[in-house]
Design a binder for this molecule. Sequence first.
Ligand code: PDD
Length: 281
Amino acid sequence: MKDLRLKAIYNQTQVFLDELMVPANDRAYLFGDAVYEVLRVYHTKPFLLAEHMARLARSLDAMEIKGVSDIRADILSSIALNEIEEGMVYVQISRGNAPRNHSFYNQALTPNILISAKPFLTHPTLKEAECGITVITHEDFRWGRCDIKTVNLLANCLAQSKAHSLGADDAIFIRDGHVTEGSSSNVFLVKDGTIKTPPLSRHILPGIRRQFLINAFCAEGNPVIEQPIHEEELFLADEVFITSTIKEAISVTMIDNKPVGSGERTIATLARKLIVDRAQL
Ligand code: PDD
C-alpha cells in the first residue's frame, strides 16, 4: 500500500511532517512572526506559481524578513515527494529563532522555511460549488495590515468559528460599514450584470484568485469594478461569491439568514469555470 505519511521540506531537509519538531523560540510560535502562502496543485503542477511567489516576496519585504532564497525548486520537490496529482502546498517562512524579545532590530536571524504538500483524496469544494455556502457578516476587528499574508489569523479564526457556531459556513468582514473580505477569501458581488469587488487596500489581502478573475472577466468583456462595497449592497445584490486558492469561486446563498437575490449563480459559476479551465491547461 502507498505510504500516506506526508513528507515536508523544513529548512531544505526532507522530513516526515508528523515527526517534525520546531523550536519553541521560533518567532512564529512566540509572536506569529511569519508569512505564508497556499498554492493549489492541479495535475501535479502548482497553479499560478509566479503570482504566489511575487506575493510571498512582497510579504517578506513588508515584514522585513531577509535572507530567503528561491524556494520554487523545493515547492516542486514537495509535490513530487508526496506524489501529488491534485492537492495543495503550504509554505510558511518565519523570521527565525531567538530568545523572546519583541524587537528584532539588529538581530541577524535565519528564517525557518517549511514547505508541506498535501493531496486531496476527494475534491475539496465540489459540494460547496454545487450547493453554495451560507455566511454571517462580522465586524472586521483585524489589524491594519491585512494586505500582508502573515500567519496572524486569530481574528479570522474567531470569525469563522463564530459563523460555524451559528450554523453558517463562513464570515464576511465589515469595517466601517463596508465589506472588506471573507475570513479566508475575497468577496465579489453582482448587481444588474455589473461585477464589483472592494479595491485593494491595507484592509484586504490581494488575493491571487481575485486578480486572476479581474483579468479574466476583463478579457471576457465584463470588467470588474473595484469599488468600496457598502454592507447594505450585499443584501441588494443579485449574486455574491467568494474566491480563494482552495475554494476557487463559491456562490453565497444566504447572508445573516437572508437569501441572496433570487438564487441566481450565473457569474459565480462562470468565475469558477474561468479558474478551473485555466488550471487544466
Ligand atoms: N487564504 N483573504 C484572506 C484573508 C485569505 O486568507 C485568502 C486565502 C484570500 C484569498 O487569496 P487567494 O486567492 O490568493 O487564495 C483572501 C488561504 C487560502 C488560506 O489561508 O488558507
